[in-house]
Design a binder for this molecule. Structure first.
Ligand code: PEP
Ligand code: MN
Length: 443
């Protein structure tokens, strides 16, 4: 038996947990989840941790992304394939530009729960519980759909299994072939009105690939990629039920994903999430918004990575384009000065959300790009490593964020606004972002 108490969080305040109508039902579901096979292996979590240690040393770059909120109906082959395809396309551009390995982490196969700023939603005078993600309740605005249903935890598990199975097949089964991915990028450059801007870069990648081919036998890395899953571990009953003691090491891992993170709304220093995360061995992330103090960041380091294990802790800053240049430097400076080894990555989405006149929640690609540029500037000025980006995107042609090379304007938002939560970059906007980040390496 493990000496580590995995239930110490139960005595602490846990923010953003559903109000389950029937605790007995929840207990039944939890015990069923406890008997189900792991979705990932502890050894894979350790591999990701080693890759994130390289990020913390400045020797690799993270590309983490996917939906704000996955849905059960969205776990289709097309959907997962399009996300993987876009992520691979972005990764090749970033690898070429950064000249270091890109660690690919999906925000998928488990991203089914959402923190909300309000507990209820009012429409036409009717007040119902807010939608908290498919893991908790339904999106439809009816009392029935919005009532939390513990059975959804099981569906989340099975949906994660299906998605991860597909993602693994795409990553290892030939779909990730470097030349094929590059050919998709060439199509993007040729089709995009803003494409000419990226022609030179695409040509250089082409030449680099031709050179490598001429050199002889191709390494496996040309045909397959390592791909990891991640989600915000929000619903503690779910992630606790999927935490298992690894037989190799006798240590507990949350085997629902390779990496899990704590959101901006649940990172209270004395709260249940920080406590739970302090007990698991996975590589973990914590979102840091613009109000984070250096003392809070240092306490998070102390609680979550007391042994200063490289790759264990990633700080995901989400300051907003207007604040990153002021809010981030002190945090990076103080954490670095403390001797703590962390990876820093930038979420340029969550500090840049606004409401369009139509009422749609949206983000402007220019703000997203500006926050990433600010993130690079801050790290360059401090001599620290801008370790990666964390984005909300989809491989499909949605109209949720404005701007981009195939520009979407606010009037377009209602055309294909399909997100269950926050607005995602579409495929073209995501590729635009990758090429623009690549340009930051040249400036
Ligand atoms: C999210 O990643 O969807 C999210 C809610 O982010 P944050 O916790 O940074 O607000
Ligand atoms: Mn979001």
């Amino acid at each position: 038996m493990s000496a580590i108490n995995l239930d110490s969080w139960r005595d602490l305040p846990a923010a953003q947990q559903p109000d389950w109508p029937d605790r007995g039902e929840l207990d039944k579901v939890v015990s069923e989840l406890q008997g189900l096979p792991p979705l990932v292996f502890a050894g894979e979590c350790d591999q990701l941790k080693a890759s994130l240690a390289a990020v913390a040393r400045g020797e690799a770059f993270v590309l983490q992304g996917g939906d704000c909120a996955e849905t059960f109906s969205g776990a289709t082959a097309d959907n997962v394939r399009n996300k993987l395809k876009t992520l691979l396309q972005m990764a090749i551009v970033l690898t070429y530009a950064a000249k270091i390995p890109v660690v690919k982490i999906g925000r998928l196969a488990g991203q089914f729960a959402k923190p909300r700023s309000k507990n209820t939603e009012i429409r036409d005078g009717l007040e119902l519980p807010a939608y908290r993600g498919d893991m908790v309740n339904g999106f439809d605005f009816t009392a029935e759909a919005r009532t939390p249903d513990p059975g959804r935890l099981l569906r989340a598990y099975h949906s994660s299994a299906v998605t991860l199975n597909l993602a693994r097949a795409f990553a290892k089964g030939g779909y990730a072939d470097l030349r094929q991915v590059h050919a998709w990028n060439q199509d993007f450059v040729a089709e995009s009105p803003a494409g000419r801007r990226y022609e030179q870069l695409a040509r250089e990648i082409d030449q680099a690939l031709a050179f490598m081919r001429a050199c002889g036998p191709e390494p496996d890395e040309f045909h397959t990629v390592d791909f990891y899953s991640s989600h915000e571990a929000l619903i503690l009953d779910y992630d606790r039920a999927l935490t298992r003691v690894d037989s190799r090491t006798g240590l507990p891992y949350d085997v629902s994903a390779h990496m899990v993170w704590i959101g901006e709304r649940t990172r209270q220093l004395d709260g249940a999430h920080v406590e739970f995360f302090s007990r698991i061995q996975n590589p973990i992330g914590v979102k840091l918004g613009p109000t984070t103090t250096p003392e809070e960041a240092l306490t998070l380091v102390e609680k979550l990575n007391p042994d200063n294990e490289p790759g264990r802790l990633t700080f995901i800053s989400r300051m907003g384009a207007g604040k990153v240049r002021e809010a981030l430097p002190t945090l990076v400076e103080k954490v670095t000065a403390s001797g703590a080894t962390v990876a820093w990555i930038c979420d340029p989405m969550h500090g840049n959300t606004f409401e369009a006149p139509s009422g749609h929640k949206t983000r402007h690609l220019d703000d997203v790009l500006d926050e990433v540029a600010g993130f690079f500037e801050v790290h360059r000025a401090l001599g620290t490593h801008p370790g990666g980006i964390h984005i909300e995107f989809t491989g499909d042609d949605v109209t949720e964020c404005v701007g981009g090379g195939h520009p979407i304007v606010e009037e377009d938002l209602s055309l294909r606004y399909e997100t269950a939560c926050d607005p995602r970059l579409n495929r073209s906007q995501s590729l635009d972002l990758a090429f623009r980040v690549a340009e930051l390496y040249r400036s």
